[in-house]
Design a protein around this ligand. Structure first.
Ligand SMILES: [Zn+2]
Ligand SMILES: [Zn+2]
Length: 365
């Protein structure tokens, strides 16, 4: 009986050693292999429909989030970040105060530890923007100004800086967009928010280094961004367009796609490819399409299939007012109409779009 007991004990001890030993072995092995691989930079262009949200996992282990989709993307974004094991967002960038960029940022701030917040010195009166400011205030966070020349991080072969906004006065919130450049070893990324031709021109004039292997195409592929000189200076190999299917802006515009194709840029689109992940080891970039793993389909936020805009019952030739400078068109009732001398009139919506004008985001004509 005594002998049997000691045999059982010996067996248990042996079994314990085998199990424990093998666990230790696995830990040891995986720890070693992880140390051998070059730490990667990973950029996730989340499929948030007609909006922007870019998660950057930096090679130093830190996290950066640029924009946070629309108001109704809260669960998509938070679920995705948690799945990536994000606990703290070291650098949070709100490129500009349009809803499709800051919509869920208040909830993101409440859901994660937040390091530094960067925003351009632009304001708007929307509830979405107020919600963001309240969330920032509630956590006692400070707002750092996002502007050209500001360096976010400069550590070894990793450098992150803003190349825009260059100025301090813009009619259009899009041109306030914080434009971020990430350089990791020989690879670089340019994330342009909704910056349009005017800002692109200023960035070019500033002489900043714009070269990038991957370009996040400005303003969801609108024809008012990606001007030829800018595209030439960036000279990307890959382009990512963040947008939703059937959006009412007609993004991405055909001219933009043609420009990219002619420049032999490989284009990825969140409406077709779902979330897109670009990974870099500092030498090479690999791009992965997640398809529709987050949502069955990119939401068509901004696609309100407006039942033929209620216009004046007697059709006049001044139903839509275009801005010669910004190439946007408005309803005559819009609060952001251009000065008289900069106006051009259209009879129909189609006429305005044909002329290369895009709908104003305020009056949504
Ligand atoms: Zn936008
Ligand atoms: Zn915008």
């Amino acid at each position: 009986m005594k002998r049997k007991t000691s045999l059982i004990i010996s067996f248990l001890v042996l079994a314990f050693l085998v199990v424990f030993g093998s666990i230790k072995g696995t830990d040891f092995f995986s720890g070693q292999s992880a140390a051998q691989a070059a730490p990667a930079l990973k950029l996730h262009f989340l499929d948030v429909g007609q909006a922007d949200c870019i998660l950057a996992q930096l090679p130093n282990g830190q996290i950066m989030l640029i924009d946070a989709g629309n108001n109704d993307d809260v669960s998509t974004i938070i679920t995705y970040l948690k799945k990536q094991n994000v606990k703290k967002i070291n650098y949070l960038v709100a490129t500009h105060p349009h809803e499709d960029h800051i919509g869920s940022m208040d909830s993101v701030i409440r859901s994660f530890q937040i390091g530094k917040v960067y925003m351009p010195k632009a304001t708007t009166t929307t509830k979405t923007f107020k919600d963001l400011l309240l969330a920032i205030k509630a956590k006692n966070l400070k707002i750092n100004t996002a502007k050209a020349g500001t360096v976010i991080l400069n550590q070894g072969n990793l450098k992150i800086n803003f190349v825009a906004p260059c100025g301090s006065n813009y009619d259009d919130l899009n041109n306030w967009s914080a434009v971020t450049r990430i350089q990791y070893g020989n690879n670089s990324f340019l994330l342009t928010g909704d910056a349009e031709a005017l800002s692109e021109q200023e960035i070019l004039s500033s002489g900043a280094n714009l070269k990038a292997n991957v370009l996040k195409v400005g303003y969801h592929g609108s024809s008012s961004s990606t001007s030829p000189a800018f595209l030439k200076a960036v000279a990307p190999k890959y382009a990512v367009i963040s947008m939703g299917t059937g959006n009412k802006y007609g993004h991405p515009h055909k001219v933009t796609l043609t420009k990219l194709t002619n420049a032999k840029v490989q284009v990825y689109r969140t409406d077709q490819d779902g979330t897109i992940i670009a990974a870099s080891d500092g030498k090479n970039i690999t791009i992965k399409k997640l398809g529709s793993t987050i949502k069955p389909r990119a939401p068509n936020t901004g696609n309100t299939i407006a039942p033929a805009v209620p216009v004046a019952p007697t059709p006049s030739s001044k139903n839509y007012i275009g801005n010669k400078n910004s190439k946007k068109f408005h309803l005559p009732s819009c609060s952001t109409l251009p000065a008289e001398q900069n106006r051009v009139y259209f009879k129909t919506r189609e006429e305005a779009i044909k002329a290369g004008y895009v709908p104003c985001k305020v009056c949504k004509p």
